[in-house]
Design a protein around this ligand. Structure first.
Ligand SMILES: Nc1nc2c(c(=O)[nH]1)N[C@H]1C(S)=C(S)[C@@H](COP(=O)(O)O)O[C@H]1N2
Ligand SMILES: [Mo]
Length: 426
């Protein structure tokens, strides 16, 4: 006879109560690790980890997959568990909320994981919901674990014993407050729970509010705010074409998340240069003034990050890449175009054919204003039909090459083929 695997043994053998406890503690640990990795992925400065971030994302995804397994193992116990809590409304509410959060996290998480096969509109919503569940769920989990900790149980037990015997206590300020509350029929444990809740709200509230404001503000990134602290000194500033100011697209809809794999670099027109080299007949070097003399165009396009967020209807003003390539006269051996960021780390690559698409732009303005430092100014690449990791910020050099170059994120697991589903090409 075949020996049964230990976990099958466990599934069929272990008593209900023990199983429930195990699953609960697995779930708690997974949630903890998922929250930590998730927050690290969310915090912009952690993008500077570069490669580490790609690992973090993988870890987050696999922890998520394991949490699905835990949930699936729990499902057969659900109806018994639910019946057991018949008389305990607050515990039923807790269970309902936790299940709702878990399913929400899992569904939106899978969507983000499989984002490349979904339209960007969907993943945009999935990302917002995934974040929202975390804003609610993570503080709730902290609250839940504190309010059910031994410490709180002790407080409850104390209350019970105090009912029997007069307990002589030090009259601390907190003690007096508790006395007062007790007179007002608020129990000690309820008071502690309220305190924990209030502290959590205080800690999380302000950043949650900021996040909410960002998400609900569909009027676009507040460029003036970002520009207020702009570290670039480009003189003279570019003067917008009439189409660009006011922007023909009506202004971008949605928020840019500011990404960088280095410190945000700053530039000055005194030493800023833009170059095209490699397999070209005529190498080109422009300083800022000369660069501003190049003929610009205006286009309205959407911007999609592969992590799920989008900004719609940006009005970009800049030089079509194809025009720059014409000026440099690309040699026939050239097959790929490599892009270098002025941060000296980030690079990316397009095939020559892709680079010649008419909406690939070397942009200097967004919505009628110079591109702020944070968004890749003074000059950034824009490749609207591909995920935004192709849109190199602080673009300063272009090289024509004959073999494909693997870009910064592509080297770290992003697909070299970056077409956005539903773009003209797909
Ligand atoms: N130099 C540089 N360019 C970059 C990146 C970067 O980290 N460094 N991130 C890319 C990614 S993944 C995205 S989504 C966009 C983000 O642009 P934003 O920071 O203006 O929102 O820039 C792209 N270009
Ligand atoms: Mo991105």
């Amino acid at each position: 006879m075949k020996e049964r695997k230990p976990w099958i043994e466990w599934l069929s053998g272990v008593a209900y109560g023990k199983k429930l406890k195990k699953l609960h503690s697995w779930n708690a640990w997974l949630l903890l690790f998922l929250t930590v990795t998730g927050i690290l992925l969310f915090v912009p400065s952690v993008r500077e980890l570069g490669e580490g971030r790609a690992w973090l994302k993988q870890a987050h995804i696999w922890l998520g997959v394991i949490s699905i397994i835990v949930l699936v193992l729990y499902l057969p116990l659900l109806s018994k568990h639910w019946k057991q809590l018949r008389a305990k409304t607050s515990q039923r509410l807790n269970l309902g909320l936790v299940l709702f959060l878990l399913v929400g996290w899992i569904v939106t998480g899978i969507m983000l994981w499989q984002l490349r096969s979904l339209p960007p509109g969907w993943t945009n919503v999935a990302l917002i919901l995934h974040d929202l569940f975390t804003w609610v769920g993570a503080p709730y989990a902290v609250y839940h674990s504190i309010s059910r900790s031994r410490w709180m149980k002790a407080a409850r037990a104390k209350k019970a014993s105090a009912a029997g015997a007069e307990v002589v206590e030090e009259r601390t300020a907190a003690g007096r407050v508790i006395d007062m509350l007790q007179k007002a029929k608020v129990s000690r444990s309820a008071f502690l729970r309220m305190t924990v809740g209030a502290l959590l709200l205080l800690c999380v509230g302000p950043s949650f509010y900021r996040w909410m404001k960002g998400v609900s503000d569909t009027g676009g990134t507040d460029l003036s705010l970002i520009r207020g602290e702009d570290g670039n000194h480009m003189d003279p500033p570019p003067v917008a074409l009439p189409e660009s100011n006011p922007p023909v697209g009506g202004g971008g809809k949605g928020q840019f998340r500011i990404y960088t794999v280095t410190d945000i670099p700053s530039f000055s027109s005194d030493n800023w240069k833009f170059a095209i080299s490699g397999l070209v007949e005529k190498e080109q070097v422009w300083d800022w003034k000369q660069f501003l003399d190049l003929k610009r165009k205006v286009q309205v396009s959407d911007f999609h990050c592969v992590t799920g967020w989008s900004v719609y209807k940006n009005t970009w003003e800049g030089i079509p890449l194809s025009e720059l390539l014409k000026l440099a006269q690309v040699k026939p051996q050239a097959k790929f175009v490599k892009f270098y960021s002025g941060d000296k780390v980030y690079t990316d690559c397009l095939s020559l054919e892709q680079a010649k698409m008419d909406d690939v732009m070397v942009a200097v303005m967004i919505d009628g204003k110079p591109i702020p430092q944070d968004l890749g100014g003074p000059v950034r690449l824009v490749v609207p039909q591909m995920y935004a990791y192709k849109s190199v910020k602080w673009l300063q050099a272009i090289e024509l090459i004959d073999k494909e170059h693997i870009g910064y994120w592509e080297l770290r697991g992003y697909d070299n083929d970056a077409w956005v589903p539903g773009s003209r090409r797909t």
